[in-house]
Design a protein around this ligand. Sequence first.
Ligand SMILES: *Cc1c(COP(=O)(O)O)cnc(C)c1O
Length: 203
Amino acid sequence: MAVDPHKWLFAPLEAGCALVRNREQLRNAFAYHPPYYHFGTEAINYFDLGPQNSRGFRALKVWLAIQQAGREGYVRMIADNVRLAGHLYERISRFPELEAFTHSLSITTFRFVPGDLDACDKGTDGYLDQLNCELLTRLQNSGEAYLSNAIIHGKFALRACIVNFRTTLADVESLLPLVVRVGKDLDSVLRPAVASLSCKAQE
Ligand SMILES: *Cc1c(COP(=O)(O)O)cnc(C)c1O
């Protein structure tokens, strides 16, 4: 089983684990002893258990965090993240220009849809994909919030994934007005540009 403690165990980048039921299988796969290797057989030599020989002590930060937060700490922090993502999802309905897609665990997806866009227009879906894709880039470059994206039923969606114990309700509440503001600014320049392009294509 592969686990990334730098995801939902909040470890600093990077810390990845492969968990196995039987350690001997790792030894059988990876142990390699040139004649000049004499490290003793009492200690666990981690170079016997994986592809890397000289290595940093990445496990320390994972172990320390588990010592500090404990199981209860992790339960609380992860539950907080899930609650914030749910809160974000519910808030989307308050913004007529935002369309909610999904909420699952700590991930909420949605997109910006300008209020006056004609839903019957053939080009609408393509335009919304382009608009949200460029909106995402603007948002990322703004330094104010960082979202990624998902494709939901073929549509380009903005994807908020909350996996930081420092993310607050205030952060989450400031995100949606920000997306609407950046979306409106962008739409005001992009739509006329796209319309003039498609007119030229028809000519
Ligand atoms: C974390 C993540 C990755 C990258 O994996 P790493 O092990 O951090 O390199 C790729 N895709 C998704 C969906 C992820 O959550």
